[in-house]
Design a protein around this ligand. Structure first.
Ligand code: GLU
Length: 300
């Protein structure tokens, strides 16, 4: 009897160049890197540069420099999401031609009175049966089936998209491909087998799983790690004033990232060279230590 080789583990880190790498994104990078390395897998770096209005000049270089400085080693070339635009467009066309997606002329203002749910406005389906306008977004149709996945740390996540988010945008009014569509196309092209990222994106995952189903893509495994917050509970992000990570004390900061990931590094680990910290981390990495964990407060 022939046995099929299990697919090789392929993980990725996919930062958007909207600012420098802050501590929260470093923690996500460390978690996805250690998962890939301990699974004897590949770790890909993908710069999600398909939203120029949100990008910050110089951020791409700064992110890459920081990752190098912290000793990350990615496999293969860096992938720039903007170079996959033909594949994004083909997926969009396939969804439209299959009547899975439709043009929508509703502006934010038109939707002001729509009900809001955990994921923002629940689209009421205004343009589902047709609309005419020059400047339109494209929305994908949803239904009430149960879209679920089993997160390795957070357990089963289920959504009924039609009532929880409504039909959602896959191409924006300004013509840009929306994040949900780009991310599933790119993960499929790159053969990503497991996505390790912050729990702040977990609410988006059922919409991505839905797109994978419509496009007949594989659904990777998901590991949503806790977000790092300030003491007041706000997520560390550019908006909440999180600074870029330090370029000076990389050993100390890396050990703090391991602490945030509940790996219990010995206190003297910050005194050893970077490579030795990585060796310790790879040898001792246990993602299960984060089981059920949703937030970690950054103390220093
Ligand atoms: N580019 C997204 C971000 O920086 C992450 C996308 C993902 O990991 O799926 O927040």
């Amino acid at each position: 009897m022939q046995t099929r080789e299990p697919a090789r583990y392929i993980g990725r880190f996919a930062p958007s160049p909207t600012g420098p790498l802050h501590f929260g994104s470093l923690v996500a990078a460390v978690a996805s890197y250690l998962q890939a390395r301990t699974n004897n897998g590949l770790w890909l770096l993908r710069i999600e540069d398909i939203d120029p209005p949100r990008e910050q000049p110089g951020a791409t270089d700064e992110i890459i420099r920081s990752l190098e400085h912290y000793g990350f080693e990615w496999d293969g070339e860096i992938i720039f999401q903007s170079t996959n635009s033909t594949a994004h467009e083909s997926a969009l066309v396939a969804l439209i031609e299959g009547n899975r997606a439709y043009p929508c002329r509703c502006s934010r203002r038109n939707l002001e009175n729509a009900t809001r749910g955990a994921m923002g406005i629940i689209y009421p389906g205004t343009c589902r049966d047709g609309c005419d306008a020059d400047e339109v977004a494209i929305r994908v149709r949803t239904n009430e089936s149960d879209i679920s996945f089993d997160d390795a740390l957070q357990g089963r996540v289920s959504q009924r998209l039609e009532s929880e988010s409504g039909d959602f945008v896959i191409r924006r009014r300004d013509g840009l491909i929306a994040y949900h569509l780009a991310v599933v196309v790119d993960d499929e092209i790159q053969g990503v087998t497991e996505v390790v990222r912050g729990i702040d994106l977990m609410n988006s995952t059922p919409r991505q799983v839905w797109l994978q189903q419509l496009l007949e893509f594989r659904t990777p495994a998901y590991v949503h790690i806790p977000v790092i917050t300030h003491a007041n509970g706000d997520k560390l992000s550019k908006l909440t004033g999180a600074p870029g990570i330090s370029g000076d004390d990389v050993e100390q900061t890396l050990v703090e990232a391991l602490l945030a990931l509940r790996q219990r590094p010995p206190s003297e680990l910050a005194q050893v060279p970077l490579e030795e910290i990585w060796s310790w981390a790879i040898k001792n990495w246990q993602v299960g230590k984060l089981f059920g964990c949703k937030t970690v407060v950054k103390t220093s």
